[in-house]
Design a protein around this ligand. Sequence first.
Ligand SMILES: Nc1nc2c(ncn2[C@@H]2O[C@H](COP(=O)(O)OP(=O)(O)OP(=O)(O)O)[C@@H](O)[C@H]2O)c(=O)[nH]1
Ligand SMILES: [Mg+2]
Length: 310
Amino acid sequence: MQHPLLVSAQAGDRRALARVISMIEDGRDEAPELLAELYPHTGHTYVIGLTGAPGAGKSTLTSALIGRMRRDDISVGVLAIDPSSPFTGGAILGDRIRMQDHAGDAGVYIRSMGSRGHLGGVAEATPKAIMVLDAIGTPYVIVETVGVGQAEVEIVESADTTVVVLNPGWGDSIQANKAGLLEIGDIFVVNKADRPGVSETVRDLNQMLDLGGERPWRPPVLATVATSGEGIEELWTAIGDHRRFLESSGELDRKRRDRLATEFRRAIMAELAARVETTAGDERFGRAAAEVAERTTDPWTAARRLLDRG
Ligand SMILES: Nc1nc2c(ncn2[C@@H]2O[C@H](COP(=O)(O)OP(=O)(O)OP(=O)(O)O)[C@@H](O)[C@H]2O)c(=O)[nH]1
Ligand SMILES: [Mg+2]
């Protein structure tokens, strides 16, 4: 890589890394060239997604996982997603505090991603931020999202292994089922296992997962206490098991090809949107817009004609 910011980022300069991600996140003009330059260096990072209800303990678990990975000297990038916030808001401050154990560690990079008003928002920016971390040689990226809406589901698609985080309690497994979390989880974690009701929640989840019938990967259900580190070793082992399953079955390759196809579609849309922006000032656009305004042409036909399809 030759771009000075990429060179610096690769050499471990955190500010340069943050700037590269910001430029891409904001959809700046340089973004496509930067991405094209770093792209050949990607394809190596393993992405772990952590999702679950607000306050389930995702950040605390992330912090504990980072600790486990650092014991083996594995570097890790963390993207904490807050789609609801246009800025990096209050919840993220909490995340920073919870993850501050790793603040001075050169092997850990933590970043909050809010939707900064750019076109596709955080769902589009996240896979690209992963690519940046990938290109500079980060072997693992953890993506933390609050599991509620479509944007999160899209972000989960960036993950190789998705960990769904729940809490003990009679409603949580049913809630998870309703929210569609049962379909997306590769591993289920009942965190806050120091509270009552763990075995019931684990049992309920197992029963619901068994309804899914035979399949090559049956998601395991684990219990953890993120605050004390209990169950973290088992979680790390389960992630490794799932990774080996994906690799040996060819599923990892398939996931990655699918993701590239999605990225290609996004690139086309972004390029089209950019062209519309530049066309918006020209004469043909003006004429077509006037026709639409006068109701002599409908908006759909006008749009197709403008893009040379009608
Ligand atoms: N008792 C108990 N508390 C926990 C455990 N794990 C996390 N907590 C606490 O639960 C609260 C929320 O933890 P976070 O890690 O911020 O949860 P989160 O899912 O990241 O929350 P959001 O990012 O706001 O959605 C904090 O006060 C944690 O200290 C646990 O295993 N047991
Ligand atoms: Mg959090």
